[in-house]
Write a protein that binds this ligand. Structure first.
Ligand code: PEP
Ligand code: MG
Length: 324
């Protein structure tokens, strides 16, 4: 019945054998957030703050940023929001941000690299986020982290702003700072990042782009490589295992997780949280509730041990069909 549907929607998402998977929503506009309660997502797992920076013709002022974040938090209500600090550059170029033309922008001056080089820009954003949080827990996620040193440098800037907030505004909100894992070297060395950050989220769009050396903006090459392949999944499995050794679970916020089979593969290798577009949440909830985690995990371990390289999709689909 309809009443049952609403009830189910807000219940935790668990597999048949009781393993909980957190389903979160990706957003970047206030418009997206209207869908949050309809989807039953447990949180906004990735709020792409750069949209505000890219839509206008100029860098938004600190006041405009603060007002926007406040509106986001009010719209979302009691659920948590993970604010990804502005990820500018490459496919997200702001016309007003000058800089040399880059022949290879995806691997260029972007994400945290821009934020650290123009740290006034990052500090303004942190200041606005701290002010908007008003005592609510503030989750910040840093984009395109390459090394632990970069993460710590950004964390140092956050600490400066927290001190400033304490001095001039009042007690700071509780804070969690996470790192996006979008670069193969960061994934390979995830243990050192895991030791210093509060949480981790794999950005599969960028990570797959670099893993397969296939521009995500270019369909001619990006569609050639299925991320649901032995190479990528075993790489992610190692990444997640390494993070766990440092006591951290890992989330995944790339678009690939909207594909139910890919989502199953991610859950099988131990991804604890999936953050996806609003429209994908319903189908994923149904998929997760229909499987037995122990069987799924065993099947994935078998596939990863057996297969050399290549497609995992066919075998996983066949397995899913036998599970009903
Ligand atoms: C990603 O790279 O997977 C990601 C979530 O960030 P974006 O798509 O905004 O680069
Ligand atoms: Mg990215």
């Amino acid at each position: 019945t309809l009443a049952q549907y609403w009830e189910d929607r807000d219940a935790p998402v668990v597999t048949k054998d009781g393993v909980t998977v957190e389903l979160q929503m990706n957003a970047g506009l206030l418009f997206d957030l209207g869908h949050l309660s309809q989807t039953g997502a447990s949180a906004v797992g990735l709020f792409r703050t750069e949209f505000q920076f890219l839509l206008g013709g100029a860098l938004p002022t600190a006041a405009a940023q603060e007002a926007f974040y406040r509106q986001v938090l009010e719209t979302v209500g009691k659920r948590e929001v993970i604010f990804r600090t502005a990820d500018i550059g490459s496919d997200k170029r702001a016309g007003y941000m000058s800089g040399p033309r880059e022949p290879n922008p995806a691997m260029g001056w972007r994400g945290l690299r821009v934020a650290l080089d123009r740290n006034g820009f990052l500090r303004t954003q942190i200041r606005a986020l701290l002010a908007a949080a008003r005592g609510r827990k503030l989750n910040m996620l840093l984009p395109l982290v390459t090394t632990k040193e970069e993460f710590l440098e950004a964390k140092g800037l956050i600490e400066k702003e927290v001190d400033r907030h304490r001095k001039h505004v009042g007690p700071p909100p509780p804070i969690a700072v996470g790192a996006m894992i979008e670069i193969p070297s960061a994934a390979w060395n995830i243990r050192s990042l895991a030791e210093v950050c509060d949480f981790l989220s794999i950005g599969g769009n960028d990570l797959a782009q670099f893993f397969f050396a296939a521009d995500r903006e270019n369909d001619r090459v990006s569609l050639r490589y299925d991320p649901l392949s032995h190479g990528f999944i075993s790489f992610l499995a190692r990444t997640i295992d390494e993070a766990k050794r440092a006591g951290k679970t890992v989330g995944f916020c790339g678009e690939q997780a909207t594909d139910p089979l890919m989502a199953l593969a991610l859950i099988a290798i131990g991804v604890a949280r999936l953050s996806v577009a609003a429209t994908a949440i319903g189908p994923l909830r149904a998929t997760i509730r229909s499987v037995e985690f122990a069987a799924l995990q065993a099947e994935m371990q078998r596939l990863l041990a057996e297969e050399q390289d290549g497609d995992l999709r066919t075998a996983l689909r066949e397995w899913a069909v036998t599970q009903g």
